[in-house]
Design a binder for this molecule. Structure first.
Ligand SMILES: [Zn+2]
Length: 375
């Protein structure tokens, strides 16, 4: 049986949940039907007419891009302007379009982690961890069932901390209850207070996984009524955040590193603040338009911050009172900082859905080019 768009979406969202996308964003299936079987996937940074032509050519009926095509509400589905024109062509050609945008930016091993890896950074961490993602779940289980309930919770995604899963803490105690008239108790007798040796299991759960975890508990737990609590957790998530920060293997000068960046990002120009000899070891990156995180990179003691789309006045933010850069700043370009996303999504899709044909676009979807003066 062929895999459906829904199954592809589900596996992508397990990695980059829609719930961690920024509030202004528009991610997920933009055009298409969830139950359509997938004949192939074409991955690109942006949706363009070239990408649509290519999907038709290679027989892929699902296009996965980083940038959404429909970002703001559209008022007409006509060929009179670019964005609705693309959407119309997709629908007419029976092609589906799925976008994985700031949810992938905010995921561990997402866009910025891939960029950091490409640029040779080690010990990579989030530049800033996302808050308001976690809840603490506490559940009480009779001793003999504690392990099976804990495993069921872990299988549903409870207790993910960084590179570890199934993280939980348990303690012993006594659960008390008195079965009422209509009850069908697993242990205990109607009308009599019962004391049962129980295990209290507590773990952290990402908000959007709570429903599935509670369902898993209900299935594995022997009691008719399961006692549990859910609390908001104030600690930031280890698994979601923005940007990335890491270290080069050894300190090198800014211009030597810029040369490496040009080579790795396949670009010929970088707009930069900082003199040629500045020593660079700790580097922060943010794929796309990361201008609003300059202060964050400085607070993290980065020697250099690499992103795209910096407006002119932002460049002054890294200067000290004498006009000397406290941190170097490199604007590599939006497309240049994010094309690695295509490779990232392709490799993840192949791993998640080995039966689906996955292609990476052969086009650069960047509508601009660098004009370099020929001396
Ligand atoms: Zn972008």
């Amino acid at each position: 049986m062929m895999i459906t768009i829904k199954e592809v979406a589900y596996s992508l969202e397990n990695w980059a949940p829609r719930a961690v996308a920024e509030s202004y964003d528009n991610v997920g299936l933009q055009v298409g039907r969830m139950n359509t079987p997938v004949s192939g996937v074409l991955v690109a940074l942006d949706l363009t007419h070239d990408v649509i032509d290519e999907a038709l050519e290679v027989g892929a009926n699902l296009i996965v891009t980083h940038h959404p095509n429909i970002f703001r509400p559209i008022r007409h589905l006509t060929d009179m302007s670019y964005v609705p024109g693309l959407a119309l062509r997709l629908a007419e050609s029976k092609l589906a379009h799925y976008a994985l945008h700031t949810n992938l930016d905010n995921a561990r091993n997402g866009v910025s982690f891939a960029l950091a890896g490409l640029l040779g950074l080690r010990n990579v961490q989030f530049l800033d961890q996302k808050e308001d993602v976690l809840q603490v779940l506490v559940v009480y289980v009779p001793e003999a069932h504690a392990e099976s309930v804990q495993l069921a919770m872990a299988s549903a995604g409870a207790g993910l901390i960084g590179n570890y899963d199934a993280c939980a803490f348990s303690s012993k105690g006594t659960g008390y209850f008195r079965p009422r008239m209509a009850a069908k108790p697993f242990v205990g007798t109607e009308g009599k207070l019962h004391a049962e040796p129980e295990i209290r299991i507590e773990c952290q759960v990402e908000k959007w996984r709570l429903h599935g975890v509670l369902h898993a508990i209900q299935s594995a737990h022997p009691y008719e009524e399961v006692a549990y609590h859910v609390f908001p957790a104030l600690q930031p998530s280890q698994n979601y955040g923005l940007g990335a920060i890491g270290e080069l293997q050894e300190t090198i000068t800014l211009d030597k590193y810029l040369e490496i960046i040009c080579e790795r990002l396949k670009t010929r120009a970088i707009r930069v603040v900082g003199n040629a000899e500045m020593p660079i070891k700790k580097v922060a990156v943010c794929g796309g338009s990361g201008g609003s995180f300059i202060a964050l990179a400085q607070r993290s003691d980065a020697d250099l911050y690499i992103t795209g789309d910096l407006t002119y006045h932002l460049n002054f933010e890294v200067l000290d009172d004498r006009g000397k850069p406290r941190m170097a700043l490199a604007d590599v370009g939006h497309y240049e900082s994010e094309w690695i996303t295509e490779e990232l999504v392709v490799s993840r899709l192949i791993a998640l859905q080995p039966d689906v044909q996955v292609h990476r676009t052969r086009h650069s979807t960047n509508p601009t080019r660098l004009y370099i003066r020929k001396y």
